[in-house]
Design a binder for this molecule. Structure first.
Ligand SMILES: NC(=O)c1ccc[n+]([C@@H]2O[C@H](COP(=O)([O-])OP(=O)(O)OC[C@H]3O[C@@H](n4cnc5c(N)ncnc54)[C@H](O)[C@@H]3O)[C@@H](O)[C@H]2O)c1
Length: 252
């Protein structure tokens, strides 16, 4: 039985992780960490990671970027693998995550869903075929409670596309005060916030008289939670290193 601790246990994703784990027989939630320590299930929730009652086999983090120092510190000291699913990190924090992976197994992705990871592959393939001739715009839509913008997933898609184009592209997030035609080397990234939209991402390739749109829509938060729990179980017997969705999918 794998003991999982959740950081952000009382958040929307933390609670869905608990639901998904409850349906499995190979793992259980042993404890949670959250500023809100209200207990809603059969595991304790503490406000600081260093107060966890016992060392878990793996941690799943859906919390806030401000938790990162303590999260990585605890995992390194105790040799605990960690699935980092929070978004909104600075570049320095992403470097911190990469550095931690030299000491412990770290699974890090801005999007835990299988479909988005396929979308990224399809977008890379489209770039290869279209050879940078089409203008690329990314549109993301999320619920009105999301704090960061653009979404980590939109950035992940842009980075994957940019990599295919030898990192020649630059990102344009806002055009409201731009008074010039679009440059060829732009990837436009646009955010919409409203209602209860779980997460939608469109990658638009606009060429002369034709447009191709790759589109993914998440119907519920469960798609992310299922991916995160699979990642946690996967990580348990791994060596230190940085793992991502393609590693998990490659093994299935
Ligand atoms: N990678 C993915 O596939 C994916 C999918 C969905 C959400 N997310 C990300 O996961 C994060 C959480 O999403 P959510 O919708 O559950 O948010 P949420 O606001 O509902 O939950 C976050 C929880 O973290 C807790 N928290 C905040 N600061 C804390 C601190 N310093 N110490 C302890 N607990 C703290 C909050 O009390 C809250 O309960 C966000 O960054 C979101 O963008 C990632």
């Amino acid at each position: 039985m794998i003991n999982i601790a959740i950081t952000g246990a009382n958040g929307k994703m933390g609670r869905v992780i608990y639901e998904i784990v409850s349906q499995r027989e190979d793992c259980r939630i042993s404890a949670g960490v959250d500023l809100n320590t209200e207990q809603y299930a059969d595991f304790p929730i503490v406000s600081k990671i260093y107060d966890l009652p016992e060392k878990p086999d793996v941690i799943i983090d859906f919390s806030h970027p401000s938790v990162l120092d303590d999260l990585l510190g605890y995992c390194k000291i105790n040799s605990v693998p960690v699935v980092v699913a929070t978004t909104g990190y600075t570049d320095e924090q992403i470097q911190q995550i990469r550095a931690a992976a030299e000491q412990i197994p770290v699974f890090f992705t801005f999007n835990m869903s299988l479909g988005i990871n396929l979308l990224v592959d399809l977008a890379k393939r489209a770039v290869k075929v279209l050879g940078g001739q089409f203008d690329i715009e990314i549109l993301e839509k999320h619920h009105n409670l999301k704090k960061d913008a653009p979404s980590g997933t939109a950035i992940m898609i842009a980075e994957a596309i940019n990599g295919e184009l030898d990192n020649k592209m630059h990102y344009v997030y806002d055009r409201h005060n731009v008074r010039k035609p679009r440059e060829k080397t732009e990837i436009g990234i646009h955010s919409v916030r409203g209602g209860t939209i779980v997460g939608e991402h469109d990658v638009i390739f606009a060429g002369r008289d034709e447009v191709i749109t790759l589109s993914h829509s998440a119907g519920s938060k469960q798609v992310f939670a299922v991916g995160a729990v699979n990642a946690a179980v996967y990580l348990c017997n791994k060596q230190s290193g940085l793992y991502e969705m393609s590693d998990l999918l490659g093994e299935n």
